[in-house]
Ligand binder design. Structure first.
Ligand code: RB5
Length: 153
């Protein structure tokens, strides 16, 4: 799969490990930075370009990492077309894709150890959206928020 990955200083080390392993597995990984560890960098500078690439279809899925994963998920979800979630356990890593068409997984580099992060990313990448009527109906209601004014809801 062609996928994107991004992290600030809080997720930098985890990103580097994941990029190496994912490439070894044969995935095409587009690295949106940070390119080096900078304790003063800001997660939106890396996560937003990744999220935009996912929304434009330039990469199929994204992995966004910051210290907790919270900032990464907040930033990624501001980009229309992105469905990002902070994931800590395997059930949500696949169910988030199967039912909710999650296209960006967010991880906390200071929270989730490498071994679990690897399992979560593997699970996320293998999962497929079920495309059932009820899932599409719910996603359509969510997607409406990207198109309408607040007072129309
Ligand atoms: C950066 O120190 C940290 O605040 C950031 O990586 C992230 O955890 C924000 O949600």
């Amino acid at each position: 799969m062609r996928l994107g990955i991004a992290a600030d200083h809080g997720g930098f080390e985890l990103k580097e490990q994941l990029v190496e392993e994912l490439r070894e597995m044969g995935h095409e990984v587009v690295d949106f930075g940070a390119r080096e560890y900078d304790p003063k960098d800001d997660y939106p500078d890396y996560v937003v370009p990744l999220a935009q690439a996912v929304a434009r279809g330039e990469v199929e899925r994204g992995v966004a990492i910051c210290g907790s994963g919270v900032g990464a998920s907040v930033a990624a979800n501001k980009v229309p077309g992105v469905r990002a979630a902070l994931i800590h356990e395997v059930f949500s890593a696949h169910q988030g894709v199967e039912d909710d068409d999650m296209n960006v997984i967010c991880l906390g580099g200071r929270v989730t150890c490498y071994a679990l992060a690897w399992d979560l990313v593997q699970t996320f990448l293998k999962a497929r959206f079920k495309e059932g009527e009820r899932f599409l109906r719910r996603l359509d209601k969510v997607a409406r928020l990207e198109k309408i004014e607040e007072q129309d809801w």
